[in-house]
Design a protein around this ligand. Structure first.
Ligand code: ATP
Ligand code: MG
Length: 450
């Protein structure tokens, strides 16, 4: 078995070997190479102790000395080099209470989560695969190293990692591993929200964002985003829909481009539906105001998961407006653009397409035509740089004050009135015209029209 490691990794491995130590590329990088994928980082495992590693390499950083990890810096790039170790007892389901350095490479492989992640490789020593990781890669299987329940109670994050790898690699979770997740699903509370968010992000931008469904089936979702879990099985008895809320969301996700903001908005856009469902006398289900409830639940969920504020803001704008039927006429498009900004407006159209493509196909063609029309209008507005925001006006608040307006709300009211005219006719965005109009509006104001 020969794999091609980058020269810089080979050189780190040989220097450790020359120092009398055993050294391998380990974990995810070996998995990715065996799958013919480009690894995004290379971790190195070695029998050398941290003090040896620091002696052999000129520039190092003590990244996690207590856990045996030293970062070796070569040409300004850092490589994590970790001493073979065994994890001590886990008391909190998150961190081993101690780590013990070992010389036995097998012990280091045993502490790793899944067979596909528990291999090592070096050009000198070949492939090390104690648990059938290579075969599991060939068969597309995620399988725990050792007893699933024991491994998940040591570190509950591994359950989420299992589902995430199954999405990113398009693998199946092996039956006894899946059964162990079902038994351990309530251990979720031991996982920090930051680690959950990071796994969900990776799952959502993968080729299989609908594997969120697996989180539901394995009993994890109810502990992570309970309101989303409720969407599975929530009926939508009306002519526009052919799936329950959960399945509709899964299809919307698959239809959406792999962008985190867009995929999160797709995931949460209908999360308020179970809370807003009402049945009319004809037995038809409605979800009045669900966009607002979805927005509120999303806000709460994303804050709890510690997502950054700017991303949350964008996701909420998309959710809140996902059902707004924007007209193709330029003024209508500009008014919406003024609310969302042009980047988010463009994403809103993407979300609306993805959403509608996940509904009854009978109505899709019409909706698609409308959205494509809006997209054309939008492109025209952007390429010809037509004004649509207050800040696009060639006059500003100071100009109005010079005309005698008092500072305060009246200024923004007048600017809005001017913008309304300019939105309808962009040619009116000249200082001459707008200052003239502002003077006229001042006369109205005196007469009490503002
Ligand atoms: P990727 O970097 O593509 O997300 P990876 O497999 O490299 O996947 P990392 O989180 O970078 O994942 O971890 C590197 C290696 O460390 C893993 O391949 C695995 O062997 C081990 N590992 C990481 N996290 C855990 C964990 N929670 N429990 C056990 N072993 C783990
Ligand atoms: Mg990695």
């Amino acid at each position: 078995m020969e794999l091609k490691l980058p020269e810089r990794i080979n050189s780190i491995l040989s220097r450790l070997e020359e120092g009398g130590f055993v050294a391998y590329a380990a974990g995810g990088a070996v998995r990715d190479m065996l799958m013919g994928r480009e690894p995004h980082d290379y971790d190195i495992a070695t029998s050398a102790r941290p003090e040896d590693i620091k002696r052999i390499f000129k520039r190092t950083i003590d990244t996690g000395i207590a856990h045996g990890t030293v970062t070796v810096v070569e040409n300004n790039i850092g490589y994590e080099v970790t001493t073979f170790r065994r994890d001590g007892e886990y008391f909190d389901g998150r961190h081993p209470s101690s780590v013990v350095f070992v010389d036995d490479i097998k012990e280091d492989c045993m502490r790793r989560d899944f067979t596909i992640n528990a291999m090592m490789y070096s050009p000198k020593r070949g492939l090390v695969d104690f648990f059938g990781g290579r075969q599991d890669i060939e068969q597309g299987i995620i399988r725990c190293v050792g007893d699933g329940q024991k491994r998940f109670s040591e570190d509950a994050l591994r359950m989420l990692r299992a589902v995430r790898f199954s999405a990113t690699l398009n693998f199946e979770i092996e039956a006894s591993t899946a059964a162990a997740i079902k038994k351990c699903s309530n251990l979720r509370r031991r996982i920090s929200n930051e680690r959950i968010l990071s796994e969900l992000n990776k799952l959502l931008i993968s080729d299989n964002p609908d594997y969120i469904r697996k989180l539901h089936e394995l009993g994890l979702l109810v502990h992570i985003i309970p309101k989303l879990d409720m969407c599975f099985g929530a009926e939508q008895r009306n002519k526009y829909h052919i799936y329950d809320v959960g399945e509709h969301i899964m299809h919307t996700l698959k239809n959406a481009r792999p962008d985190l903001i867009l995929r999160w908005a797709a995931l949460l856009h209908d999360i308020g539906k179970p809370d807003t469902a009402s049945v009319d006398s004809g037995g038809v289900i409605h979800f009045y105001g669900h966009h607002r409830v979805s927005r509120a639940i999303a806000d709460d969920t994303l804050h709890k998961l510690r997502m950054d504020k700017e991303s949350i803001r964008k996701i909420l704008v998309l959710i809140e407006n996902h059902d707004v039927r924007v007209d193709q006429a330029p003024p209508a498009v500009k008014r919406m653009m003024a609310k969302t900004g042009d980047e988010l407006f463009s994403m809103l159209l993407e979300l609306q397409l993805a959403d509608n493509a996940a509904k009854n196909p009978e109505y899709f063609e019409d909706k698609k035509l409308r959205i494509e029309g809006v997209r054309r209008t939008f492109n025209e507005i952007v390429t010809s740089r037509q004004p649509y925001r207050i800040s696009d006006l060639v006059v500003n608040g100071r100009d109005l004050i010079k005309l005698g307006y008092k500072q305060g709300r009246i200024i923004s009211d007048i600017l809005k009135a001017l913008l309304n005219e300019v939105i309808i006719d962009p040619k009116l965005n000249t200082r001459e015209y707008l200052l003239q109009r502002a003077k006229e509006l001042r006369a109205y104001q005196k007469n009490g029209h503002f």
